[in-house]
Design a protein around this ligand. Structure first.
Ligand SMILES: [Zn+2]
Length: 216
């Protein structure tokens, strides 16, 4: 089993695909967000620093993030492969990630780019509705995942709402950041010959089939 890194624009369904891979292959899903939240519960110098930084809405210093990722990847459960998520976010972090892998004797493995049209993403974002009671997620722009009755949850009858950041302006900002920061990462791993692209405009099932082929 090779290590896996997903690269995808916001709302491309990266999280869902990562879950499917974990389910099938039982490898750890290493998310920098989770690592930071976990360490912030510890009563240590670094734990307190991370807790305060996250609470103030600032970014944790790169050096600390690198150290935490290295510590996590060192653990035994990562020896048979893992999925790295939420990292690297820019080219400098990618170089640093390569160094960490080198140090631990790991290979980059498969870098999987989920390609998806911007228009499809916009439809997903603006159509997303969430149940205020049970958190079920619907999409009114997609027949397969629309609720049966408008604004009402199929599962529990709760009212559906739209997240405030699920709007086009907010998406545009996130998408532009993705392009600016991620294009160099894509080029970097393409040049290394480890990047494979999959078509993200397809159904969740079919996207997973393409990913599964690469992993196998
Ligand atoms: Zn519900």
């Amino acid at each position: 089993m090779k290590n896996i890194m997903f690269i995808a624009p916001p709302a491309a369904g990266k999280g869902t695909q990562a879950e499917l891979v974990v389910e099938k292959y039982h490898i750890p899903h290493i998310s920098t967000g989770d690592i930071l939240r976990e360490i912030s519960k510890e009563d240590s110098e670094i734990g307190n620093y991370v807790k305060e930084t996250l609470a103030s809405g600032q970014l944790v210093k790169d050096d600390i993030t690198y150290q935490l990722i290295e510590d996590r990847l060192k653990k035994d459960d990562c020896r048979k492969g893992f999925i790295i998520d939420g990292f690297p976010r820019n080219i400098d972090q990618a170089y640093q990630y390569d160094k960490i892998l080198d140090k631990l004797g790991y290979e980059v493995g498969n870098v999987i780019l989920i390609n998806i049209d911007k228009k499809t993403l916009e439809k997903r974002i603006t159509g997303r509705r969430i149940c205020e009671k049970c958190n079920s997620i619907y999409n009114i722009n997609d027949e397969a995942s629309s609720p049966k009755q408008e604004s009402i949850c199929d599962n529990c009858g709760g009212k559906l709402y739209q997240r405030t950041d699920d709007n086009l302006a907010s998406f545009e900002t996130r998408y532009q950041t993705y392009l600016d920061k991620t294009e160099p990462i894509i080029k970097h791993y393409k040049d290394m010959g480890v990047l494979t692209e999959v078509d993200g405009n397809d159904t969740i099932e079919n996207i997973f089939k393409s990913i599964d082929k690469i992993i196998k």
